[in-house]
Design a protein around this ligand. Sequence first.
Ligand code: F6P
Length: 366
Amino acid sequence: MTIRRIAINTGGGDAPGLNAVIRAVVLTALKRGWECLGIRDGFNGLLFPEHYPAGGIIPLGAAQVEGITTLGGTILGTTNRGNPLRYPQRQPDGSTIEVDRGDEVLARLAEAGIDALVMLGGDGSLTIAEALSRRGLRVIGVPKTIDNDLDQTVVTFGFDTAVAFATECIDRLHATAASHSRVLVVEVMGRYAGWIALHAGLAGSADVLLIPELPYDPAVVAAAIAARERAGRHSAIVVVAEGAHPVGGAASVLATEVGRADRLGGAGERVAAEITALTGKETRVVVLGHLLRGGTPTASDRLLSLRFGAAAVRGLAAGHSGVMVALDPPVVRYVPLALVAGRMRMVPLASDSIETARDLGICLGD
Ligand code: F6P
C-alpha cells in the first residue's frame, strides 16, 4: 500500500532527543511527499480528542519542527499512564479494571487516513506497538529512554544526555563532600537497570557504585567507606541506581498503580541510612530524578535521534513494519518489535565496564 500520510506519537517518560527524532521524521517524510501528523500525549489524542481544543491530532510541517532539535521534552506531549491495551477503568464500586481499547486506536487512525505510525517509546510503548502491529497497523518503533534498558539496540536516545548530566552533578558533589568530610549518596534513575549509574559513576569517579544487577551487602559498602577513612580520605561519593537493592531485599518502590509501571524511589535514602548506622559518618542524599530527563540533548543524542528518525521513514518507505530502528554500529538496522517487546536489557555482569570499575577500586557492594 502506498504511504501518503503518517503519524508520530511519543509515549512513556520523556527523553532528550524526542524532538530531534520528530524533526527528522517530518523532514524525511515531507521529502517523500508524505503528509505528517502528530498525536498528542501518547495515545490520548486518539482516545480523548475532545480534550484538545486544537484537536488530538495536529499537522506537522517544516514550520512546526523548525529549531526543535535542541529542545528537551516533546512538542507532542506524552504520558506514562493509560496503556490503551490495558486501559484502567474505574468501576461504580470504586475498583479499577483494565479494558482493551486497542481497536479504538486503530479505528481513529483509519478515520484520520493515517497509513503508518512512527512510535517513539520505551519498553511499554514498543510493546503496545508490537501488539497493534499484530492487529494490522503499519508501525515502526524508535527506541527512546534515558534508562538504556531496551534490547536489540546498542543504545537508546536520551541515555547519553542523562549520563552526561549525572556525571556533571557527581563532579560538583566531590568538592562539597570533601570540604565537609561527608558521604554523599547520589541516586539516579534507570528503573531496574543500572546503566545510568554505572556509566555516570565510572565517568564521575564514584567511590561506591550500586546497581540492581549486583545486589549489595551494606556491610561491604560500610567497610569500603571505613577503609577510605583509615587511609585519610574522609569523604566518599556513593552512586546508587534507583533500582539497587541489598542482597535478599527488593527495589524500593514508592507507589504501584493499575496500568502503569511501579514508581521507584528511596534507594538512596536507604543506602544513606545503612552507611550512617554502620560507619557513623555524616551522610547526605541527592536525588537527581527528573533532572536527568530534562535539558538539551547532547550532540551524540541529537545525532542518534536524527539518524533514527530518518531511518524510520526510510524503513516505512522500504516496506518495513512491526520493526524498531536499532543502532548496530556503524549501521542502523530494523529489528522485529517482537524481539524487543516485554524484554529488559540489564547491565551484563561480564561487561568490561564492570571489570573496569573493579580494576579502579570502586566498591560495587558485592
Ligand atoms: O523510564 C524512564 C524513567 O525516567 C525511569 O528512569 C524512572 O523510574 C521513571 O521513568 C519515572 O517515571 P515518572 O515520570 O512517572 O516519575
